[in-house]
Design a protein around this ligand. Sequence first.
Ligand code: NAP
Length: 435
Amino acid sequence: MTDYRRLRVALLGAGAVGSQVAALLRRHADELADRAGARLELVGIAVRDIDAPREADLPRELLTTDAESLIVGSDIVIELMGGIEPARTYLLQAINSGADIVTANKALLATHGPEIFDAADQVGAEVYYEAAAAGAIPIIRPLRDSLAGDRVQRIMGIVNGTTNYILDRMDTEGAEFADVLADAQRLGYAEADPTADVEGYDAAQKAAILASLAFHTTVPLDAVHREGITGIDKAMMDAARHAGYVIKLLAVCERLSEASGSESISVRVYPALIDRAHPLASVHGANNAVFVQAEAAGNLMFYGAGAGGVQTASAVLGDVVSAARRHIAGGVGVGESTLADLPIVAIGRVITRYQITLEVDDQPGVLATVAGILSDGRVSIATLEQTVTGEDAETARLVIGTHKALEQDLSETVDRLAASGVVERVVSVLRVEGD
Ligand code: NAP
């Protein structure tokens, strides 16, 4: 057995992911040592409650409630506690005591990323976070390293497994949102409080992380436009299917270019229609996928498990091996590149296609009125389908597909349609992504 140098590895958290990381570190110790060029010695695991049941069989003597003492003298600190505090304080302590850090904590990076990256920069430490954006899927390193010589134009990600599971079952089974959510909670795909997932907060954190990397710009979480999926119902799903689309919760990170040559970015999370032929349409169940469009590379798709203890542990261990190699090679860590510092535009400046569904009076002249309001609002019609609904056949449903339009024009136009007197109800307005 090669006599490798030992690196002290501290693990903070032994929950769904942490317990798997600890188990794999121990089970594959020899192989990991060969790959890393160093023996990764797990010196301790910080938890809240030493007696809590663990998913993996971990030696009790490694468990401690004293995270701070564990961090002192460690070469690599893996943070898998989640939440903002005390994770933030512990990571800053680890950086300042000379450790490289590995974290899967999207909530922390999306809110305090710059503080942590700056602290690491100042001491030449490195921050690894492959598991923070889409679980097991390698997407951080491709954006940070593989595509560092290219220009990313757009990222469209299905980055939340819970919402994809819900929308997929609504699409394939014709089920209602509330029924599938209850099922997802029973099966463990959704939390008892599903707000972070179904309202798009989790996806927005990941969008902020991905956009920051892709566009070399710090993207604060509050610059991410966010809408969830609670308003999506069976009728919207049916209408989408009928028109050849599927509804997915998308994280869209986009580079916008003005005619003047100036550039900005838009980062947004919302349920959107995508063509059933688009690669993202075939992402089923709780899987995640990130579709990247780069100027030279063209279209790339990264697909796989966006969560799960052992799956996420794979990404964490990849980071640990990278951190170990860097520790052995020496030199300062590579900081995050935020040099582009592009302005981030509000949702009103986004240009995309839309599908507007209206209930209107089935009277002569109504179509002409609707078409006039759209045209006055600089929204041009690409497709129009009318069906007569209601028992008295006095109501018609109009499904209007638009050409690309400015979001601000579109929303003002929809307000005018709603107030027009011929529109009984604006049933839905959905963006169409994926062109
Ligand atoms: P988890 O199951 O809730 O486990 C959290 C662990 O941290 C527990 O072992 C807990 O100790 C420990 N902990 C919490 N607060 C602590 C404190 N103040 N001091 C010491 N230990 C503390 O969480 P998880 O699902 O493994 O997620 C960990 C991180 O990975 C999160 O940032 C999450 O967003 C990220 N992530 C998770 C997944 C996934 O599939 N689960 C996927 C991608 C990323 P006790 O066991 O004693 O309570």
